[in-house]
Design a protein around this ligand. Structure first.
Ligand code: HEM
Length: 460
C-alpha cells in the first residue's frame, strides 16, 4: 500500500535512501526531498520506512483527534531513557500522562504567567547587562549561546527556584552540554539501524550514559534542595505537593525526576532557538525592526519595568515571533498515529497504530496556503485578517491536539518580553558574511549566529 507514495529515486538495496542524506541534517534533507516529491513521501534507511506529510490538506486531516493521536516515535521515543513517562515522552495510554497534565496545567494559566513575569524580567536584565558590556567593548554577541542562557535561567528560576548561574559562566553550564549531548544522540539513533547503533555509536553511547547520569544528578539536587526548604508555589511545588483534584493521586518521586528533566529541557531549548531566529530576521530586515521598535515605544513608553499586560499588547512583535516559527519551527516535526484503520487523503490506507511524521517546517511553506513567496519573511502574514482567511491547522509550531505544547503561552510571553526589551535598547547589525545555517539536534538553531549591537538611535 506504500507503493503509491513517492520516494527518492536512487534507492539502494538494504541500505535505502542514503543518497542525498546526511546524519547531521535529517530535517533539511527531508525538506529537500519534500520539495522534489510532493506533499506526502517516504524515506527508507536500513529497512525502516518513514512516511512524511507536509501538504496542508493531509496535515489538517492528521490533526483530527477523533482519527489520529500523538505517536511517540523516532526522536521522541529515543528520549525515553532520559525523560521516561514525563509529559513529553509519555505514551498516550500511560496513566502518568493525564495525572501530570492535570496537576501541572494550572502552572500555565494566565495567573501563573503573571506570577512568573517579574522573574522573567529579572533574568532578561541579566542578559541586557551582559549585552551592554559586550556593546561597550565593541564585541559581537553569540546569539544562540546567550539566548540559551536566558531561557535556561528563566525556566529554572520560574519553575524550580533554581539558579544555574549561566550568566556568570563563560562556557555553557554542564547541564546544557549534557542536554545537547542527549538530544544529538537521540537524533543519531534515528538515522542508524537499531542493530548497528551499539557498535557505531559505542563511544557516543558511553558519553550518553554519562550525560544522562549528570542530568539525573542535577535534577535530584534541585528536588532535594526544595524538600529541605519552603515551597515557592511554582511548578516544582505542584509536582511535589499537589494531589490530582479528582483522584487524589500524586506524582511519584521517579516520575517527578522525569518531569523536572522534561521541563528543564523542553522549557528552554526550543524557545532559545525561536528567539535566535527572530533576532536573525530582525537584523536582516531593518524596516521590520523599526516598525516593531515603534510599537514597543508606543506601548511601553519609558517604563523601565513593562508589566504583564504591556507584553501581551506587543502585537507586531508577536507576529515577528510567529513568522520566525513559521519558517523555522524549532521543534520541526511531530508524529501522528491512526487510532483505527483508516485511509489518509482518501487514498493512503493506514492500519491502526501506523504513523506518519508531519513536517511542520514544510507545512509552513506550502505554497497553496502561504503563496508563491512562502520562503520570504513577512510578519504581516499573521495580522488578524490574514490569519482569519487561512484554513485551520496550517500553522503548527506547538504541535496539535491533547498532546500539543503545554508551555506555549510561557514561551510566547517570555520571547515577546525579551524581543521588546532588546529592540528598545539596541540596533541589531548582522555580520556581513553570515549566511543562515541550521544546526539540527532534534531542535533547530541558527548555527554561528553573531550580531553586532549599537546603542539605538533616538526615536524620531
Ligand atoms: C510539547 C514545541 C516551548 C513544554 C511540544 C510539542 C511541540 C512543542 C511541537 C508537541 C510535540 C509532539 O507532538 O510530539 C515547542 C516550541 C516551544 C516550546 C516551538 C518554544 C518556542 C515550551 C516550553 C515548555 C514546553 C517553554 C515548558 C515550560 C512542553 C511539554 C510538552 C511540549 C511538557 C509535552 C506536552 C504533552 O504531551 O502533554 N512543544 N515548545 N514547551 N512542550 Fe513545548
Amino acid at each position: 500500500e506504500l507503493h503509491r507514495i513517492p520516494h527518492p529515486p536512487y534507492r539502494i538495496p538494504v541500505i535505502g535512501d542514503v543518497i542525498g542524506s546526511n546524519v547531521r541534517s535529517p530535517l533539511q534533507d527531508s525538506m529537500r526531498f519534500g520539495r522534489q516529491l510532493g506533499p506526502i513521501f517516504r524515506r527508507r534507511a536500513f529497512g525502516k520506512e518513514i512516511v512524511f506529510v507536509w501538504g496542508a490538506e493531509l496535515a489538517a486531516e492528521l490533526a483530527d483527534e477523533a482519527r489520529f493521536a500523538k505517536h511517540v516515535g523516532l526522536g521522541v521515543a529515543n528520549l525515553r531513557p532520559v525523560a521516561g513517562d514525563g509529559l513529553f515522552t509519555a505514551y498516550n495510554h500511560e496513566p502518568n500522562w493525564q495525572l501530570a497534565h492535570d496537576v501541572l496545567a494550572p502552572g500555565f494559566s494566565r495567573e501563573a504567567m503573571e506570577g512568573y513575569h517579574p522573574m522573567m524580567l529579572a533574568v532578561a536584565k541579566r542578559l541586557t547587562d551582559r549585552w551592554d558590556r559586550e556593546r561597550a567593548a565593541g564585541r559581537a554577541v553569540d546569539v544562540p549561546a546567550d539566548m540559551t542562557k536566558l531561557t535556561l535561567e528563566t525556566i529554572a528560576r520560574t519553575g524550580f527556584g533554581h539558579d544555574f548561574g549561566s550568566f556568570e559562566r563563560s562556557r555553557p553550564h554542564p547541564f546544557v552540554t549534557a542536554m545537547v549531548g542527549t538530544l544529538t544522540y537521540a537524533q543519531r539513533l534515528n538515522v542508524l539501524p537499531a542493530p548497528l547503533a551499539p557498535v557505531v555509536l559505542r563511544g557516543a553511547t558511553r558519553r550518553n550514559a554519562a550525560d544522562m547520569a549528570y542530568l539525573n544528578r542535577t535534577v535530584d539536587g534541585v528536588v532535594a534542595a526544595r524538600r529541605r526548604s519552603a515551597g515557592a508555589g511554582d511548578l516544582l511545588d505542584r509536582m511535589l505537593e499537589t494531589a490530582h483534584p479528582g483522584t487524589g493521586e500524586r506524582l511519584t518521586p521517579e516520575n517527578i525526576r522525569r518531569q523536572v528533566i522534561t521541563f528543564l529541557v523542553a522549557g528552554h531549548e526550543t524557545t532559545s532557538g525561536a528567539l535566535s531566529f527572530a533576532l536573525h530576521y530582525l537584523s536582516r530586515h531593518p524596516g521590520i525592526a523599526a516598525r516593531a521598535r515603534a510599537e514597543v515605544d508606543r506601548v511601553w513608553g519609558d517604563t523601565p519595568r513593562p508589566g504583564y499586560d504591556q507584553v501581551a499588547k506587543l502585537r507586531y512583535v508577536r507576529r515577528i515571533l510567529d513568522e520566525s516559527l513559521r519558517l523555522w519551527p524549532t521543534a520541526p516535526a511531530f508524529a501522528r498515529e491512526a487510532r483505527e484503520d483508516t485511509v489518509l487523503g482518501g487514498v493512503h490506507p493506514m492500519r491502526r497504530g501506523a504513523w506518519t511524521l508531519v513536517l511542520t517546517a514544510m507545512l509552513h511553506r506550502d505554497p497553496d496556503v502561504w503563496g508563491a513567496d512562502a520562503e520570504a519573511f513577512d510578519p504581516d502574514r499573521f495580522d488578524a485578517q490574514a490569519v482569519r482567511s487561512r484554513p485551520g491547522h496550517t500553522f503548527k509550531p506547538f504541535g496539535t491536539g491533547a498532546r500539543a505544547c503545554i508551555g506555549r503561552q510561557f514561551a510566547l510571553h517570555e520571547a515577546t518580553l525579551v524581543l521588546g526589551l532588546l529592540l528598545r535598547r539596541y540596533e541589531l547589525r548582522p555580520e556581513p558574511d553570515y549566511r543562515l545555517r541550521i544546526a539540527e539536534r532534534l531542535t533547530l538553531m541558527p548555527e554561528g549566529l553573531r550580531l553586532h549591537l549599537e546603542e539605538r538611535a533616538p526615536a524620531p
